[in-house]
Structures are given as structure tokens and as C-alpha cells.
Design a protein around this ligand. Structure first.
Ligand SMILES: [Zn+2]
Length: 123
């Protein structure tokens, strides 16, 4: 995907010391690439939507018609989110993601369960 400044500007953190709120950084080959604060912002947006879809009551979910296809948007987003995280993360990273973001455990509980120190957990 080719990122542009107009896409990254709205997602970048104003307090970011790398991109200064612009969302793009200059790479090794002098090309511009998105800053990590943009990716963190995208992740937070997806996680918020995941939690919204997951916690929504079953009777409020509905089937929607798009073109000629019936679909369950909330359930599909939840399944896609979980599949993408499974594919993108290593086995150890996925365990941390699962305990911390999906199950809501804090760093103390996660580091005890995964047998790692605080620095390794946050890294
Ligand atoms: Zn940044």
C-alpha cells in the first residue's frame, strides 16, 4: 500500500517525536514510509471496533443485504480481526496479544503467566 500524507496526517500522534504529527518518516532509501504512531493508531481503531462488535448483544446484531449477498458485518469483522492477528503475529506475540488485549489482563498477570519480565512484555 502506498501511504500519502493526507492519509497519515489524521492518524498520526501530535506528540510523536519521530514524525512530529505528520505521520510519515524518511526511510533508508530516502523514501517516505508511515510512522509507527500511524500503525498504532490503526491498531487502536481496529481494536475498538473489534470490542464494539464482540460485546454487542446478540439480539442487536443483524443480517444486512449488500448487493445480492446477505452478511453479518459484526461477526465477520470479529472473525477477520482474529484471523489477521493470528497470521501476522508470532506464536509468542499472539499469546501476549490474546492475554493483554483480548482477555484484558494487565502486564503483571501476563508476565507471570508467560514467565517474562516487564521490559520483555512491553517490548
Ligand atoms: Zn509518528
Amino acid at each position: 500500500m502506498e501511504w500519502t500524507r493526507s492519509e497519515t496526517l489524521a492518524l498520526a500522534a501530535n506528540s510523536c517525536t519521530y514524525c512530529h504529527g505528520l505521520g510519515l518518516r524518511t526511510g533508508r532509501k530516502n523514501n517516505e514510509k508511515p510512522c509507527l504512531c500511524v500503525f498504532r493508531s490503526v491498531f487502536r481503531i481496529c481494536l475498538t471496533r473489534f470490542r464494539f462488535c464482540f460485546e454487542r448483544e446478540k439480539n442487536k446484531t443483524g443480517v444486512t443485504l449488500e448487493g445480492n449477498v446477505w452478511s453479518r458485518k459484526n461477526e465477520e469483522f470479529v472473525a477477520d480481526f482474529l484471523m489477521v492477528t493470528r497470521r501476522a503475529l508470532s506464536e509468542e506475540d499472539w499469546k501476549i496479544f490474546n492475554y493483554h488485549f483480548l482477555l484484558g489482563a494487565d502486564w503483571r498477570l501476563c508476565s507471570k503467566k508467560l514467565n517474562m519480565d516487564r521490559g520483555t512484555f512491553f517490548h
